[in-house]
Design a protein around this ligand. Structure first.
Ligand SMILES: *[C@@H]1O[C@H](CO)[C@@H](O)[C@H](O)[C@H]1NC(C)=O
Length: 326
């Protein structure tokens, strides 16, 4: 039985290469922004999380014109510069975090927030005109050592920080801004939490480890409880984390016979509830990407269950591999 199913999946993998145009059409269509933010007009932000798309000229723009509110970059520290690449061997001199992500983000936000419109009491507008309060998340996955990479990430974010574009924690509450920085991989949680009065970098908490237990006080909300104290000592709370993420295949399980079992559905619902109760957003990665009908089915179930962010990395990496080897 297992062998047969593996074989079917293998066939599907071969089949996908024949639908390459299809795949490329979906993930490439909103290409690079030609001029300013023209390509962003009317874009409705969605739950999509874009990853592994460094082969595009400006991956940041491809992601946001597709409406993705979450963008991931794998970073490597090499001689005081941060490069984005899946593997160390794929590093190319001009593919840096600064050039591909931070600079375009600063430029776009500057265009949305001209100095002439400046009002000291209003937070800056976000990148989506259709929903100016919608933040965009930059998930920085540390591929190199956490202790060495951390200070460079902190310092490279300063153009965003200095302009007031970064969501931050001020020791008591979260102050929402147009960009949320989340770190994962080798990112050091202890360093992240060491400053108890200011944080603008948040952790990608392990969804599978978040226990189902009551927090000692309600989830903080800066609008309703401006003076509410966020739990600094509670691991994986909004004061230090933003996402709670897990591999779909590992934490929910493979949908045998193309169905989500009732046990799997229960697991999803429990994980979503546990994370939401802590004020964290749920993100699944490693969602089976083929057949497409199955993927769409899983995506719709996850959305219905309240999952906040859906990774599209599998399809992207398929398109990516096609291009590299084709
Ligand atoms: C925390 O960060 C703020 C802002 O960068 C800084 O002024 C402060 O000195 C830091 N505190 C500690 C204990 O490092």
């Amino acid at each position: 039985m297992l062998g047969v199913i593996r074989f079917v999946f293998l066939l599907c993998g071969i089949a996908i290469s024949f639908f390459r145009d299809d795949v490329e059409r979906i993930w490439r269509s909103p290409a690079v922004l030609p001029q300013g933010d023209a390509g962003l007009k009317g874009v409705i932000p969605t739950t999509c999380h874009s990853h592994n798309d460094y082969w595009r000229p400006v991956p940041f723009f491809s992601a946001i014109t597709a409406g993705c509110v979450s963008i991931e970059a794998d970073v490597w520290l090499i001689e005081n510069e941060l490069y984005v690449a899946h593997e160390r061997s794929e590093i190319v001199p001009d593919r840096t975090l600064r050039r591909l992500y931070i600079d375009p983000l600063v430029e776009l936000l500057d265009s949305k927030n001209p100095v002439s419109n400046y009002r000291s009491d209003a937070p800056p507008r976000g990148i989506f005109d259709t929903r100016p309060n919608q933040p965009v998340t930059l998930l920085i996955d540390f591929k190199s050592g956490g202790v060495e990479t951390w200070p460079q990430v902190v310092s490279q974010l300063s153009p965003l920080r200095d302009r007031g574009y970064l969501t931050y924690y001020n020791g008591a509450e979260i102050v929402p801004r147009p960009v949320v920085i989340v770190v994962s991989g080798n990112a050091p949680f202890d360093i992240l939490t060491s400053n108890t009065t200011y944080r603008d970098i948040f952790y990608d908490a392990p969804l599978a480890k978040i226990e189902d237990r009551e927090l000692p006080s309600p989830i903080p909300d800066s609008r309703n409880h401006p003076h509410h104290v966020v739990h600094t000592h509670e691991p994986f709370a909004p004061a230090n984390s933003y996402y709670a993420s897990a591999s779909y295949k590992k934490s929910v399980g493979i949908p045998w016979l193309f169905r989500i079992s009732s046990r799997q559905l229960e697991r999803i619902s429990t994980q979503v509830n546990n994370a939401h109760r802590r004020g964290l957003k749920v993100r699944y990665w490693g969602i089976p990407s083929w057949p497409r009908r199955l993927r769409d089915h899983i995506m719709s179930v996850l959305e219905k269950e309240g999952v906040d962010i859906l990774n599209v990395d599998d399809l992207n990496s398929v398109a990516h591999m096609d291009r590299r080897h084709g």
